[in-house]
Design a protein around this ligand. Structure first.
Ligand code: PRP
Ligand code: URA
Length: 209
């Protein structure tokens, strides 16, 4: 059964409030999305396996732990998912980044694929799909389906704001993945926007409106 983790850490909630504010400009919006992604990554990576190692401190030998050879892949859904990549890779700089381009058809609200470039060894990696918005869930469900068709296992989905409809759709189609969100909002409006949400994430990140 897929698990939904709502991250209510005060730092995440504070920054999310600033992100939602319509007075927040593109520069600050981008910085905040990256910061929240980094804070969420901390929890998302919680179950990374560790192995023992030894280092020499200035005083003596220390038996310590390091992350053991787990391969990670970050997969942003273009465009808005790009805003979360640097926050995620700051904590795991060796992660490879794959890209899936999807846009929502404004009439049907269904995702249309226009780009895909993934690391060749995705079936050996733990994949983290990132997108700030989980609205109808169509884009995220399609991205996960796509990755599974290419042999990926161990997929997690990380979004800033979700609508209940989006969570239900992803859980309905993919009951084996963990979903991490910073907030679950009230509902979708008739245009498929999350209410109250933050508006159009792509436009606010890239200043295209
Ligand atoms: C937004 C958002 C998600 C999608 C969520 O992208 O970044 O990818 O909508 O909606 P859904 O859950 O109903 O599929 P959009 O299609 O606006 O494209 P963009 O990122 O290029 O702006
Ligand atoms: N995409 C967005 O960018 N915002 C929403 O509220 C829904 C989909």
């Amino acid at each position: 059964m897929s698990n939904v983790h709502v991250m209510n850490h005060p730092l995440i909630q504070h920054k999310l409030t600033l992100i939602r504010d319509k007075e927040t400009g593109a520069k600050e919006f981008r910085e905040l999305v990256e910061e929240v992604a980094l804070l969420m990554a901390y929890e998302v990576y919680r179950d990374l396996p560790l192995e023992e190692t030894e280092v020499e401190t200035p005083i003596g030998k220390a038996t310590c732990q390091v992350i053991s050879g787990k391969k990670i892949g970050i997969v942003p859904i273009l465009r808005a998912g790009l805003g979360m990549v640097d926050g995620m890779t700051k904590l795991i700089p060796t992660a490879k980044v794959g890209h899936i381009g999807l846009y929502r058809d404004p009439e049907t609200l269904e995702p249309v694929e226009y780009y895909c470039k993934l690391p060749p060894d995705i079936h050996e990696r733990d994949l983290i799909v990132v997108d700030p918005m989980l609205a109808t869930g169509g884009s995220a469900a399609a991205a996960v389906r796509f990755l599974k068709e290419k042999g990926a296992r161990g997929i997690k989905l990380v979004c800033l704001i979700a609508a209940p409809e989006g969570i239900a759709r992803v859980r309905g189609e993919h009951d084996d993945i963990d979903i991490f969100v910073a907030a679950v909002d009230e509902k979708l409006n008739s245009h498929g926007y999350i209410v109250p949400g933050l508006g159009d994430a792509g436009d606010r990140l890239f200043g295209t409106k």
